[in-house]
Design a protein around this ligand. Structure first.
Ligand code: GLN
Length: 346
């Protein structure tokens, strides 16, 4: 851009970019319009703060691995990240301890059970994976820091690197999570009994409740996903959020366990590593290509955003995004971006 001194040239370039971006933006706007009237699902209400969410909020954001942004709807509406935080905390634990010590504490097997089920591996006593609450709490226990404030700061800084901005905690959600989190406390104590978490489990629980209460937007989720799609480097700031060698482990665990007890069918039908949260967020990663962030609070019986699941299914089918897709004959999503980057009309 710097070498373009002629205003006419700049106008021409911007004009081309605008018209060429239209196909992808148009596709997202059309998807948004078609799924906005869906009224199925129920907003999470286990704490009063989440029950206040407007069921009509609906945002779809796509960020490519090279930082182009395509959005439709409420992409700047804040909500709490909830379980979408889990793979990222897992990444921080991997960075802090390395793979084998983390695997000694938390497995990588899907459970087929609800995210808050009170179940540990009978032989190893480990939680099955870091996406269920047991595994997530055990993972939070592994986050390094000289004291609790430093551990919280490291957690927030980590989310900040993925989002490309400073993130904050919703204090009332955090207080409610902490006040009502008896089941999570029970799970933590069971793990203490088996020596899976350290005696500072109160800190692990506090950290877990705080990570669930981080405020994000659909735009942020797409940026976080695009950072993973880009090998761990934020596509706009250029900052590394996680060492490259750990990205594949986050994506693997999202692929097999990211969508609660719908994970198997999701991997089968959609085939894109993803994670959802009870706040209504879904984050999905197409490695090397793009990140998807969707926000729509009404959830299905398994806890996944109803509109989010449908939009991802359609994007996967339309653009052949399933990770085991071969011989796709439709128009690839890469073509849509190539159109924009080359400045040619689609
Ligand atoms: N914070 C909630 C819990 O720990 C829900 C997390 C989620 O999104 N499933 O139970």
């Amino acid at each position: 851009m710097a070498e373009l001194t002629n205003n006419g040239e700049i106008d021409l370039l911007l004009g081309r970019m605008k018209s060429a971006a239209a196909p992808m933006r148009g596709i997202l706007q059309e998807l948004h319009a078609r799924y906005a009237p869906v009224t199925e699902g129920k907003v999470a209400d286990y704490i009063p703060e989440l029950a206040k969410a407007d069921p009509n909020w609906f945002g779809i954001s796509i960020v490519t691995a090279d930082g182009q942004v395509f959005e439709a709807g409420d992409c700047l509406q804040s909500f709490t990240i909830q379980s979408v935080s889990k793979p990222f905390i897992y990444g921080l634990a991997l960075e802090d301890l390395g793979l084998e010590p983390v695997l000694a504490r938390v497995g990588v097997e899907p459970t087929g059970e609800a995210f808050n089920s009170i179940v540990l591996d009978e032989v190893s006593n480990r939680p099955f994976n870091p996406m269920v609450n047991a595994g997530a709490i055990a993972t939070s226990d592994l986050i390094a820091g000289k004291d609790f404030p430093e551990r919280v700061t490291r957690m927030l800084d980590m989310f900040g690197r993925y989002c490309g901005r400073k993130v904050h905690i919703d204090n009332s959600v955090f207080m409610s999570e902490r006040l009502t989190g008896h089941r999570n406390r029970a799970i933590a104590h069971l793990m203490l009994n088996f020596g899976i978490v350290s005696p500072r489990l109160d800190e692990a629980l506090e950290l877990y409740f705080q990570q669930c209460s981080v405020l994000v937007t659909a735009h942020d989720l797409a940026m976080m996903a695009a950072t993973l799609a880009n090998g761990g480097v934020h596509p706009v700031t250029g900052e590394r959020a996680i060492p490259q060698q750990y990205v594949k482990y986050l994506l693997s665990i999202m692929h097999s366990c990211g969508m609660y007890d719908y994970a198997g069918e999701w991997a089968f039908r959609v085939g894109i590593p993803a994670k959802s949260g009870v706040g209504g967020g879904i984050l999905a990663v197409v490695p090397g290509q793009l990140g998807i962030g969707i926000f729509s609070p009404p959830l299905d019986a398994k806890g996944n955003s109803v509109r989010g699941v449908r939009v991802c299914k359609e994007l996967s089918e339309k653009f052949g995004l399933h990770c085991f897709e071969s011989g796709f004959t439709g128009r690839s999503i890469r073509d849509q971006f190539t159109v924009q980057r080359s400045g040619r009309q689609g």
